[in-house]
Design a protein around this ligand. Sequence first.
Ligand code: COI
Length: 356
Amino acid sequence: MKTTTKSDIKITKTNHSKIQDTDFDNLAFGQVFSDHMLVCDYKDGKWHAPEIVPYGPITLDPAAKIFHYGQSIFEGMKAYKDASGGVFLFRPMENIRRLNISAKRLAIPEVPEDYFFEGLKTLLKVEKDWIPTAEGSSLYIRPYVFATGAGFHASPANAYKFIIACAPSGAYFSGKVNVLIEEKYSRSANGGVGFAKAGGNYAGQFYPTQLAKDKGYQQVIWTDDTSHEYIEEAGAMNIFARINDTLITAPISDRILDGVTRKSILDIAKAEGIKTEVRKISVNELIEASKDGSLKELFGAGTAAVISPISGFGFRDEDFELPILEHTYAEKLKKLIIDIQTNKAEDPFGWRVEVM
Ligand code: COI
């Protein structure tokens, strides 16, 4: 594999920075984009050297296979800046490896790990002033690969583009969310692409989520596709339930994303002496636990939202409220993980990577 050093990465800077027009005190999630992006092309059977270019529109052939067959994958990462200006990533190799796990499943050529990592570090050096420091904000990083090769034949493309774009962002959700347990639609199936971060996994959620929204819920809890008896994910996040004092999450599978936040929370919880279980959680168990008061918390976990507490869930025609607790696992674990990510706490796990 060719090693990419910083000097290999051509940088073309913008003449029109948007940074002065950006309100860093009122950042939504993923709505404004930084000045530059990394672009790397696959053609003639290989990935070509990544470049940093001004952020802006790209031109594609109308027959590019991304438009017709949805050959597209992505990742979600964040960069954080501490009080002394140090810049950090959180477990970046997990995202780099997972992008290539997704690539393999979608018949996309794997991106050389050093192109990704060295390219990202170079991009962050160029974009360091875009990394927000306000509490709860970060530079959300979106690496993605899609088929640019043209043709209506339903087969893998012969050309691809890998882009890393960045968006200074605030919270993904504000406040608690009310969710509907879904019994008709499925997010994924055995043998499918649920474990991959394929764009289509998310597109397939929009319609059922809209139906749930029409009924007054904000998100859907996905259940297994065969029996719909077991809860699997919460919207675009992994799901955790606290029953009495045990924190439970569903095991990863063909259908469930191996979330970086999910596995970090499990490790942090164990280190805090919280009893954890990785096992199937049935809808029935959730309802019984809600009725007898042992269901204390439900929350989603993912890079974008970190931890998103759930206030209640609907199942068929019944609604179940979660209790309002003074000290929640969600709050405690969210603070612990964010303090590690933002260099406010020791990192006994060795997850934080200083970029500059
Ligand atoms: C993330 O949490 O980073 C994700 O990839 C989910 C996305 C839909 C925002």
